[in-house]
Ligand binder design. Structure first.
Ligand SMILES: *Cc1c(COP(=O)(O)O)cnc(C)c1O
Length: 323
């Protein structure tokens, strides 16, 4: 049989030399969490994506589609994981990338963006100032990659649920973190396309980054005056419309945890699973440990371990001592 016999049209790898922009991540049944919670706790290990978070999926997909449509340059405004993911995707696709970050972006994140070969511009005190500057750089044949509010991103994020479905494990509840709501929209798309529209989702945020909780309470997107949580990757002041709209046709429960609980959950995850994740991801782990009713009604609980490249073990420990 020749290689051509194996190449299905549209299958991954069938296009000439198109690199994979994300990996298939492990689905781990955690012995320690399962014992503590008295049910099977499954971790979808998005922390293991090469750029450090689930953003590799949606952003990789968006970048690939924009390149196919003729984009010659990617522009992104993100002080964190989205910027790293765009820089990573651009490098693999051979498309130049400019990332605009606010002054508050950590030295470590700046270094990672540069290491992926992207041009880094530091502009403004807040994300919205950086974002305005990024938009001003747009030219013909440039593609703007949004960190969460884009159907292409959701389509890419949804593949993590396809992978879970392929293992044969059907969760009775899904726990995930919400910032701008891109991960939530992607997971919901994945649940629905796999016939899992009945599976409740627990949407975790930290106090001070809880714009989704406020929006669910108001029944419409709410903008916070400021973001005060250390979980900066959850720091969208306002969730995307689609994330709020989903709550009218899917069971979604909001769970807000303290920064302290999110950090403790990161430290516990580090101790038990030996992997560093950001407090943004710790929010989902802490929400799980608070045993919301939807979790306690499920035999199998799926937790999206969304990851994040913006924390170190030392910093988690320092935060843990402050509280
Ligand atoms: C981006 C990000 C989030 C939030 O995702 P949204 O799509 O903005 O809701 C959570 N955790 C990590 C580690 C992230 O990078």
């Amino acid at each position: 049989m020749s290689n051509a016999d194996h190449a299905l049209p549209g299958a991954p790898g069938s296009a000439a030399h198109e690199p994979d922009l994300h990996i298939v991540t492990p689905l781990l049944r955690s012995t320690s969490y399962s014992q503590r919670l008295g049910r099977s706790v499954w971790f979808k290990m998005e922390a293991l994506q090469p750029p450090g978070s689930f953003k590799a999926r949606g952003i990789g997909h968006a970048c690939r589609v924009h390149k196919a449509r003729g984009a010659k340059h990617f522009v992104c405004s993100s002080g964190g994981n989205a910027g790293i993911a765009v820089a990573y995707s651009g490098r693999l696709l051979g498309v130049p990338v400019t990332v605009v970050v606010p002054e508050s972006t950590s030295a470590a994140a700046r270094e990672r963006i540069r290491m992926e070969g992207a041009e880094l511009i530091v502009h403004g005190r807040t994300w919205s100032e950086a974002n305005d500057h990024a938009l001003s750089l747009m030219q013909q044949d440039y593609a703007f990659i949004h960190p969460f509010d884009d159907p292409l991103l959701w389509e890419g994020h949804a593949t993590m649920i396809d992978e879970v479905a392929a293992t044969g494990v059907k969760p009775g509840a899904v726990v995930l973190s919400v910032g701008g709501g891109g991960l939530l929209c992607g997971v919901l798309a994945g649940l629905h396309r796999n016939g899992w529209g009945d599976v409740p989702v627990i949407a975790a945020e930290t106090v001070g980054a809880d714009s989704y909780a406020a929006s669910l309470a108001a029944g419409a997107p709410v903008e916070l005056p400021a973001v005060t949580s250390i979980a900066t990757s959850l720091g969208a002041k306002r969730p995307c419309d689609k994330a709020v709209e989903w709550s009218t046709r899917h069971p979604i429960v909001s769970q807000v945890v303290s920064d302290k609980a999110a950090v403790s959950a990161c430290l516990r995850f580090l101790a038990e699973h030996r992997i560093v994740v950001e407090p943004a991801c710790g929010a989902a782990l802490a929400a799980l440990e608070q045993r919301p009713a939807a979790v306690m009604a499920a035999t199998d609980v799926l937790v999206i371990v969304c990851g994040g490249a913006g924390a170190t073990a030392e910093q988690l420990q320092a935060w843990g001592c402050e509280g």
